[in-house]
Design a protein around this ligand. Structure first.
Ligand code: HEC
Length: 135
């Protein structure tokens, strides 16, 4: 495992911070290729649907690792995750709903619908990060 310079290792049992960060990275691996396809004008319906299915399969993984008392380095989460759990939950549910819509759109193979649904997922990531993730 390569850690970036100055990065703090998660030394707690079970490594909840590391677990959730890795889970987000897995989500990105599913999400990012869809954006690339759309931006490069290389939309292929079947490939896109595979990625949308991957994203749906990965979307539930991070959340169980946000237990109480898991706000410690190297986390990039803001204290609001624990101070405003209802809003965090709301943003999470909104995100999950957008990924459902994305998969439906992918299966429709309608490019305009796909682009709109992809953008909605992207916004849902950004909305949550704005309040709950440090930049
Ligand atoms: C409901 C809130 C929420 C949603 C939705 C969300 N994230 Fe995050 N994300 C977080 C939080 C909080 C962290 C910080 C986790 C930590 O460091 O403990 C994070 C961290 C990350 C990281 C950094 C991982 C690392 O190793 O530091 C990436 C990349 C990321 N998210 C991508 C995404 C993408 C892409 C989406 C949408 C497809 C998304 N997230 C949706 C809250 C969210």
């Amino acid at each position: 495992m390569l850690a970036a310079c100055g990065e703090v290792e998660d030394t707690r049992p079970g490594q909840p911070v590391k677990q959730r960060q890795m889970a987000f990275k897995e989500m990105v691996k599913a999400f990012e290729p869809m954006g690339v396809m759309l931006r490069d004008g290389r939309y292929e319906a079947d490939k896109f649907t595979v990625q949308a299915e991957r994203l749906v399969a990965k979307r539930d993984a991070p959340w169980s690792h946000f237990g109480p008392d898991t706000n410690y380095p190297p986390t990039k989460a803001t204290p609001d995750v624990w101070k405003q759990p209802e809003q965090f939950e709301k943003d999470k549910q909104a995100f999950i709903a957008t990924t459902d819509t994305l998969l439906t759109a992918a299966k429709s193979k309608n490019k305009a619908q796909v682009e709109e649904a992809y953008e909605a997922v992207h916004q849902a990531c950004k909305t949550c990060h704005k309040q709950f993730k440090e930049r």
